[in-house]
Design a protein around this ligand. Sequence first.
Ligand code: SF4
Ligand code: SF4
Length: 405
Amino acid sequence: MRHDDAPPRGDAPPLTQAPQGDAPPAVRPAALPNDISRMSAYCTYCPKMCRFSCPASAAESRETVTPWGMMRLLELTRDQSVAISPEVAETFYHCTGCRRCQAFCRHDNDVPRALWSAREQTAEAGLIPASLTPLRESFAAHSRPHADPVDWRPDPEVFDAESTVGFWPDCDTLTSNPTLIDRLGRLLHRLLGQKVRLIGTGPDHLPVCCGFPLGATGDRPALDHHLNERWPSLDGLTDLYTDCPALRAWADPGSSWPELSHGDPERLKPTHLVEVLADAVSQNPPPEKLDLSALLVHHSCMMTRQAPLAGPSLKLLRALGSGEPSAMMFDGVEAECCGGQAVYRALEPDAARRQATRVAEQLHDHPTATRQVSTAATCACALGEAREDLDITSLLELVCETYSL
Ligand code: SF4
Ligand code: SF4
């Protein structure tokens, strides 16, 4: 990997902080886009049909953080019955963006889209919750949500800085399982017949984050700065592959936030590795077939409801072995959220862990499955940390294992 290709490192904009003191200012909201006003009005008159579906309300057992509660509060700020105080602003952050409520909503309400918009308004007023300050500071310093130092450096034998095929790793892979990045590089070389270029060179010469968690804080100036100044160069690439569900979903026109990442229509759109590998593994199967019947599959929210990747994920898994993996209680478009999204974990670490524990324990309670496979590194990481005694892995780790990489 080249170390001289770092992107321009403009100074990050200063962090705005929630006001301290006894009398925080209350803010009158700006007008919301019409579709969001319609959504909040629908929720107001709804008998909370989606209440049971929300990971945050399940983990926190609070009416305020149900989809209905958050949208009702948005409606009350919209009609100016309630001013946006720090407490009101904080409530808008109790959504992981999983879109599970939408799967049960007769109005097809895209609650994350509405709440991300509300967050931008609260951020403009300087009301981003203080619990997100470390994450924002980490972005300003390292261009990633995690400040923890990473000792790993990429194997120079694996990657080719001149390749026209790029691989941009997920931050959670980098932080929790960095050697998987080398293994995935080797896998791609083996299955595609060419080395790939490692993308995302940050100040410490390691991959940077795409910026999705920063977008989830509502801090639009910081996000724009990240997208314009911290994004790596994609010049010369014909293809961009990633194992980051957020990067792939964010660029999907059907996601909740397409306008945030579509500022530059010329920017190369990422393809998720499961989309590439589903065919490649079918054409070049592993030497020994995996017994799929021992596996319980967890579908990431980002790879079901934010981007249509559940099909390619299952196709990839089935290409690895024989038998049929077990489905979780709510499979496919109703798959449960593990609560592992970076911003929610920073905001409510105990609740996020409770939710991850609940989802992980479906393996504990399953009569035959002995291993849980999540389609995303973020979820596998959250589930594995919640129940360290259980055998939980990510789909791409499993692929590398099956090829003995
Ligand atoms: S998102 Fe849909 S189901 Fe949920 S409270 Fe709103 S209108 Fe009702
Ligand atoms: S998108 Fe997920 S976390 Fe957000 S309100 Fe809906 S169910 Fe809850």
